[in-house]
Design a protein around this ligand. Structure first.
Ligand SMILES: *Cc1c(COP(=O)(O)O)cnc(C)c1O
Length: 409
């Protein structure tokens, strides 16, 4: 666990209470949090010791994950997909760390994300826009030296027009839909383009790519069908580096690697091989603070709608985390204190969640203590399973209200 229990010092304790004001600081680990916040100009500087919830992002684990994926690619390059603020983890920090690892290509979904990222990255790094070239944004995209993923013939035409207008060749990726029916050129578009020698005039095709619909299901024939379609159709387009694999695609074997892989989820610790041991290091830890405890008699209605009625006398702890933090209202994952699971009682509120601490030894989970929601005893994928969703949605839902700690040792 990242926090080493330093934050679980109860507010109620007179010694630690002194540490909150100007008095002597008694907990060296709390001091460490303070020093990290002070040393880090990008941090929100809310003292971790008073934050309601703490999201810790382990940059060292992120970097290790990048290296692990790159090692699996033996030879092919490894990009990073950092759309949606790097899956909620903070694109600035994530990109800076991966750039240092040698990553040269970054993919976002929106042009607005690309514009923000472009300002932060050196010129040698490429920024690709997966959702394509928005009509009317051609010149802005060209001026910012962003590489659009051209998903339709109309986008190719617009980009060719922009190249002509700006009097220079413009870089692009071209996406083929090989069997997902989401984005990219249909097979008949590719055929038509291959007959038109002027179609790519002024376009510097840097990458031809496609995306797998079922990469997380090893042995699923749809992936192999997509791969063959990709081979056939990419041969009809301008010669360029090719890219097919997302995180899970990397684990389908070297036939799927081509020249560049585009992992997102696995970098952030999500299991790219569901059902098998997660080869990635966990990156995200989420802890929330107990803000009140109480004992209630049998028959007590708990939380909104009294969706839980105490069958026996219960002890409850309310934590400072709710659905406004992206912790879904019907969540049932529970929290953990020193490895012991604390079920949720009632439904998650906007800013708070009630835990059943009846079975916890007295003196644990006191006001001021932190409980674990992600990390240690349950990872992002476990939480997702409880919610009937995927780790991607859990991570990208995590809100902006947490105190964030970026750790890199
Ligand atoms: C999101 C996305 C990725 C990354 O997928 P992961 O499963 O997170 O690795 C790669 N390529 C495209 C086109 C995407 O939309």
């Amino acid at each position: 666990m990242v926090c080493d229990g330093c934050c679980s010092a109860p507010w109620a304790s007179p010694t630690i209470g002194a540490g909150l004001g100007d008095g002597p600081r008694v907990n060296p680990l709390l001091d460490r949090h303070r020093q990290e916040a002070a040393a880090d100009p990008g941090s929100d500087r809310i003292d971790a010791s008073i934050a309601g919830a703490i999201l810790t992002i382990d940059i060292a684990a992120l970097r290790a994950n990048y290296r692990l994926l790159r090692a699996r690619l033996d030879g092919a390059a490894c990009a990073a997909v950092v759309k949606a603020d790097a899956y909620g983890l903070g694109a600035d920090r994530v990109c800076a760390a991966l750039r240092k690892e040698g990553c040269e290509a970054f993919f976002v979904a929106h042009l607005s994300e690309a514009l923000a990222l472009r300002r932060r990255l050196d010129r040698k790094a490429s920024v690709y826009v997966l959702n394509g070239l928005p009509p009317g944004a051609e010149m802005a995209c060209a001026a910012a030296e962003i590489v659009p993923v051209l998903n339709s013939r109309q986008q190719i035409d617009s980009w060719r027009g922009a190249a002509k207008l700006s009097g220079r060749s413009l870089p692009a990726a071209v996406q083929i839909d090989t069997g997902m029916a989401r984005l990219g050129l249909a097979p008949e578009d590719v055929a038509a383009l291959s007959e038109d020698s002027r179609a790519f005039a002024g376009i510097d095709t840097r990458l031809v790519m496609s995306h797998l619909a079922r990469a997380d299901e090893p042995g699923e024939p749809a992936s192999e069908t997509q791969r063959r379609t990709f081979d056939r159709l990419s041969a009809m387009l301008p010669q360029a580096r090719r890219s097919l694999a997302n995180s899970s695609g990397i684990f389908l074997g070297s036939a799927f690697h081509y020249d560049l892989a585009r992992p997102g989820a696995a970098l952030y610790g999500i299991n790219p091989v569901p059902g098998r041991t997660n080869p990635m290091k966990p990156v995200v830890t989420l802890q929330a603070r107990v803000i009140q405890t109480r004992s209630v008699p049998a028959g007590t209605g708990i939380g909104y709608g009294h969706t839980h009625i105490a069958a026996t006398p219960m002890r409850l702890a309310t934590i400072a985390l709710g659905y406004a933090d992206g912790w879904q209202r019907h969540g049932r994952s529970g929290a953990f204190v020193q490895g012991q699971r604390l079920p949720f009682a009632g439904s998650v509120s906007m800013d708070t969640t009630i835990l059943d601490i009846t079975d916890l030894p007295a003196g644990m989970a006191r006001p001021g203590d932190l409980v674990d929601l992600i990390g240690g005893h349950q990872d992002v994928d476990d939480v997702a399973r409880q919610l009937g969703t995927i780790g991607y949605e859990v991570l990208t839902s995590l809100g902006s209200r947490f105190h964030r700690v970026y750790r890199d040792e």
